[in-house]
Design a protein around this ligand. Structure first.
Ligand SMILES: C[S@@+](CC[C@H](N)C(=O)[O-])C[C@H]1O[C@@H](n2cnc3c(N)ncnc32)[C@H](O)[C@@H]1O
Length: 667
């Protein structure tokens, strides 16, 4: 991120891919961070995420963009917060517990393997006590509210000292934006310089040939022989050696012709680097390789490094109960240090420090907010539900996104919150109640049973069960417990689910007709490959812009596979780029289907339903549309209740609705 501060949640602009195309950037970053250099660091192989986190070194604040809007206890707060309408865009939850909730291990009845999740919040809520907890990525210093002591810029320090008032807020905010824009330009110049090969010598010899102790190497670097490799497999590899080798491999791969040992191939360096990533960061080889290939070499190291660092703690204001500004003030009064996440959300707050457990404040218990990863806001922002719509959240537990949708609907319309795992619907229901969502119906079906169960939705969110490769910083077990078979099974399930999600949307919807597909994984198999499959199988859908302001474009080709060019409309989010969990978001618009017999036959989906006893049944999924007549009594009943609540006399019942065994009203 060059000179830019990393202590704010997610930059407003996506970073250019070029930024990672040169080893220069890595060199500078590594020199700054001392991540792979001379600090002894134990091999991470056997570490769990907690210990990984505790070892992470906070990065000193350097920032301009990090200058914060400060909430003071006497109520002086940002106007910038007030001029955005909280009811517009909201997000969903997430746990601060870093992957220790059962959300990370999603064992729905339909699967025989573990699904990662975006580690959303469950009930009972985690009660993290934050004190100066700063991720290296977020980089905020222990004294989270700027005091002016930051010596990076005198004028900036002065500015920080100045008391924030309603009067100076707008000007301050503008100044910060200008500063951020100037920083971005500097970064761009850096990136362009790097890409153009400026300062080549500097660049390549970023850390010279220094060894782990900072001494100039006597011996030039050479790859280990086969015998040395074998020996290393048996004995615990020396961490300094591994660090140096990784650094050298990155450096040599960046200038292969000039720096490689004669007779050694590129793939030998790549293989060694992947092996070292496995031993240094503790991944199985299959996953390390899969993730490694997603990025240019230096950037891959950035990604693995970022997975060692917790993401910023963020909360989503529940606009059904409060306004962000009021919530912020209430939490500030309790000793919580926070600021708005970024311009892209008007309900998110980043918590820097707290003297109270953020998951157990009276405001939390009263449902004024959800603990939720910033990345989890994204699919719901993309879905953009409109008041009075019928929305299906197909895989919804524990309800971070459901409650976000409910709030965006302003408690109108209806959200069917479904999850195949009945046990998980308990926490979903608890969250729905806590947040005061009155428009949510909780149900527990295998998502592949839709639209047979119910269809005709204005919008569907499929936040699919996934491997969780985007949330490794929360759940380090993903590093070792995901095999090739898991990815095959997962992408198969995701493909089945996405077709059912598409078929559950009404192309006739006056206000909607959209599906959002999201995962907290960064692999191609679970994202672009699934979306591309859906485009091929359902000619009546097309990808549309997500409406998200940042994020990298989805891949349109990858290692010999070619996807529809429209995949560039989808968005990828990465921990090392956006300082949020790895995430993927795609948005489809459903058009009317041209009905032909042939198309029907081709489109018939065979669904493998795995019962709770483990038996597998193959069913041809029927396309069952939403039957408005069948739903009419339910709608009438709801209207009667609404009228009663308002003190009005409801009309007499025309027909009593039959209760469903599996669908229960949540509110
Ligand atoms: C990524 S999590 C969902 C997180 C949720 N959207 C939120 O924001 O809180 C994926 C969910 O899919 C559920 N799931 C797994 N297989 C399913 C299936 N076949 N049908 C419906 N849900 C399924 C899991 O139980 C899990 O709760």
């Amino acid at each position: 991120m060059g000179r830019r501060a990393k202590n704010k949640q997610a930059p407003p602009e996506p970073l250019d891919k070029k930024e990672y195309s040169s080893p220069k950037k890595l060199g500078k970053r590594k020199a700054d961070n001392a991540d792979l250099d001379d600090k002894p660091r134990p091999a991470k192989k056997s570490k769990d995420s907690a210990s990984a986190k505790s070892k992470s070194k906070p990065k000193p604040k350097t920032s301009k963009t990090g200058a914060r809007v400060k909430f003071t206890e006497d109520g002086a707060s940002s106007d910038g917060w007030e001029d955005v309408q909280d009811e517009g865009v909201i997000g969903d939850l997430d746990s601060l517990v870093g992957g220790d909730s059962d959300d990370d291990m999603l064992r729905g009845p339909a699967q025989e393997f573990d699904f990662g999740s975006d580690a959303e919040e469950d009930e009972p809520a985690p009660a993290p006590l934050l004190r100066g907890r700063k991720s290296k990525q977020s980089g905020a210093p222990p004294n989270a509210v700027p005091t002016g002591a930051d010596d990076s810029s005198e004028s900036e320090s002065d500015e920080e000292d100045e008391r924030i008032t309603m009067a100076n807020m707008a000007a301050r905010s503008r100044a910060l934006d200008e500063q951020a824009a100037a920083d971005a330009e500097l970064d761009l110049a850096d990136v362009q310089g790097a890409a153009a090969g400026e300062d080549e010598d500097d660049d390549v010899d970023m850390e010279g040939d220094e060894d782990a102790n900072g001494d100039i190497d006597a011996e030039p670097f050479r790859l280990p022989t086969a015998a040395e490799r074998e020996e290393e497999k048996i004995s615990m590899p020396d961490v300094h050696l591994v660090q140096r080798r990784m650094r050298e491999c990155v450096r040599i791969l960046g200038k292969f012709k000039r720096l490689a040992e004669p007779g050694r191939s590129r793939s030998e360096y790549l293989d060694q680097l992947v092996l070292d990533i496995c031993s240094y960061y503790g991944y199985n080889e299959f996953l390390a390789e899969k993730l490694f290939h997603l990025f240019p070499v230096p950037e891959a190291i950035e990604f693995f490094e970022a997975n060692e660092v917790p993401r910023p703690v963020t909360i989503r204001t529940n606009t059904l109960r409060t306004r962000r500004r009021d919530l912020a003030q209430a939490l500030v009064n309790r000793g919580v240090n926070l600021e708005p996440i970024g311009k892209w959300t008007n309900v998110g707050l980043q918590v820097f420090e707290s003297s109270v457990p953020i998951g157990a404040t009276p405001e939390y218990l009263a449902g004024h907010y959800m603990l939720q990863a910033a990345s989890s806001f994204l699919p719901v922002i993309a879905l953009a539900p409109q008041p009075n719509e019928r929305v299906l959240d197909m895989a919804s537990a524990p309800g971070g996104k459901t409650t976000h949708i409910a709030a965006m609907l302003q408690n109108t319309g209806v959200v069917f919150a479904n999850d195949a795992n009945k046990a998980r619907t308990k926490s979903l229901t608890a969250n729905v109640h806590r947040l005061g969502c009155k428009n949510v119906v909780v149900c527990s079906y295998d998502g592949r049973e839709f639209p047979k169960v119910m269809g005709g939705f204005d919008r569907v969110l499929l936040d699919a069960p996934c491997s969780g490769t985007g949330v490794i910083s929360k759940d380090a077990s993903v590093k070792i417990n995901k095999s090739e078979r898991d990815f095959t099974l997962l992408s198969h399930l995701q493909k089945q689910l996405i077709l059912c999600a598409i078929d559950s949307v009404s192309p006739e919807s006056k206000t909607g007709g959209f599906i959002v597909y999201s995962t907290c994984s960064v692999t191609i198999d679970e994202n672009e490959a699934v979306v591309d499959y859906a485009l091929r199988k359902r000619p009546n859908v097309k990808l549309v812009a997500t409406g998200l302001e940042f994020g990298r474009e989805g891949f349109t080709s990858f290692r010999g596979k070619t996807f529809s060019p429209s995949l560039s409309l989808t968005r990828r989010f990465y921990p090392h780029v956006h300082n949020m969990d790895g995430f993927y978001v795609a948005k489809f618009k459903v058009e009317k289907r041209a009905k032909t017999k042939k198309a029907d036959e081709e489109e018939a989906v065979t669904v493998e339903i795995v019962a709770e006893d483990g038996t597998v049944e193959n069913k041809v999924q029927e396309d069952v549309g939403f039957d408005s007549d069948e739903d009419r009594p339910y709608l009438q009943e709801a209207k009667r209740r609404q009228m009663k609540a308002k003190g009005l006399r409801p009309p007499p019942r025309t027909k009593a609705p039959a209760a469903s065994a599996t669908v229960k009203a949540s509110a």
